[in-house]
Design a protein around this ligand. Structure first.
Ligand code: ATP
Length: 368
């Protein structure tokens, strides 16, 4: 039975219970995933979590130990890479340095014996798509890193793939170029309309680029959702930790009101928050609260509803676009707050008495 609630026709790539072992290493452990037609989908996780292995299985460069892979509704496991409706863009482009740009892009089409005039036309189209018209006669070593990456993209796009597989294609670029290429990739995705599957270990990159993200760890898919879902409602501790900076507290459910809000007792101190509907009094939980959801204001400032605890500033750090403050709350421990640098904040010094605030819906409470 299909593990999916999506209509069959909407699904581009379906991963069904795929396990991949290399000797005693289990690179993928019973992974299930449905990727929709036309979506920009990212596989996100730390080094070694299995994301490249999954991409290579989709592209046909690796065979799963067990499980099935469906592309456009039928099993693709028996098909060689060039027979699949997929095309892969490798991290370092994997271009032929001794060929020209046009020869690199044309390579696959020549293998397929596409007629010459058609090849020439397609190469021009692909160059225009990646905004490098006129570069056809250049040698690869006369191009910058970003231009090479765009040629690698053109070489994949020229085959009209239904699914474009991108293995950290921006990983080797410096930050400036990387941000520029993120824009380019999004523009290309809009222009082409195919399914893009993008591997990255950079959570910020996955958030800004993707329609949906699968967060992976140790060969397992931890959570699948939109960037907002994965960031705002992490399914477990791993996702909460991997998707950005959070304060973490272990505690027990200590009180619940009729409206679903209540408190978690952390070292005997009450942490006010909304509680999951099924969290029973006394249940062991852990709480995650993002740094940027915590507000620090001078003591005595009137509350705005939500949680408000008094504390003492331990440290304030200037971070450029934001200011980070660590505040001691007493038995609960410390809490960190990141506030956008608007240029209008008051400076806080160690020892200042402050009020720490956050919304009752801001924290994530999960079973311990
Ligand atoms: P990275 O971001 O570092 O590329 P990744 O998430 O893409 O990491 P994979 O390359 O998929 O991770 O590797 C997953 C696991 O499988 C790792 O433990 C890796 O060492 C192992 N592995 C991958 N390919 C092979 C192989 N050909 N032979 C043996 N082990 C492998």
């Amino acid at each position: 039975a299909a593990p999916s609630i999506l209509a069959e026709a909407e699904i581009s790539v379906s991963i069904r219970g795929i396990t991949k072992s290399f000797g005693s290493t289990r690179a993928l452990d019973a992974a299930n995933l449905d990727i929709r037609r036309g979506e920009f989908f990212s596989l996100l996780g730390p080094s070694g979590c299995g994301k490249t292995t999954l991409l290579r299985i989709i592209g046909g460069f690796e065979t799963p130990t067990s499980g099935d892979l469906l592309i456009a509704g039928r099993s693709a496991l028996g098909d060689l890479p060039y027979r699949r409706r997929t095309n892969m863009v490798f991290q370092h482009g994997a271009l032929f340095p001794h060929l020209t740009v046009a020869q690199n892009i044309a390579f696959g089409l020549e293998m397929k014996r596409v007629p010459r005039p058609e090849i020439a036309r397609k190469v021009e189209e692909a160059l225009a798509l990646v905004r490098l018209s006129g570069y056809g006669d250049r040698k690869i070593d006369q191009l910058s890193g970003g231009q090479r990456q765009r040629i690698a993209m053109a070489r994949a796009l020229v085959n009209d793939p239904e699914v474009l597989l991108l293995d950290e294609p921006l990983g080797a670029l410096d930050l400036q170029l990387r941000l520029q290429m993120q824009e380019e990739l999004r523009r290309l995705h809009r222009a082409i309309g195919g399914t893009f599957i993008f591997v990255t270990h950079d959570q910020g990159e996955a958030i800004t680029m993707s329609d949906r993200i699968a967060v992976m760890n140790a060969g397992r898919i931890q959570q699948v959702g939109t960037p907002r879902e994965v960031y705002e409602r992490p399914a477990n501790r791993f996702v909460a930790e991997f998707m950005g900076h959070s304060n973490f507290y272990d505690g027990t459910v200590a009180g619940r009101k009729a409206d679903g809000t209540g408190a978690v007792a952390v070292n005997g101190q009450a942490f006010p928050t909304r509680l999951p509907p099924d969290a029973m009094l006394g249940a062991k939980v852990f709480v995650a609260l993002r740094y940027e959801k915590v507000d620090v204001v001078p003591e005595g400032r009137p509350g705005e509803g939500g949680a408000a605890l008094d504390g003492t500033v331990e440290e304030e750090s200037y971070m450029g676009s934001f200011v980070r403050r660590r505040v001691n709350l007493g038995p609960m421990g410390t809490i960190v707050s990141d506030a956008a640098n608007t240029g209008r904040q008051e400076t806080m010094r160690p020892g200042d008495r402050v009020r720490v605030r956050w919304g009752l819906d801001s924290a994530t409470v999960l079973p311990a």
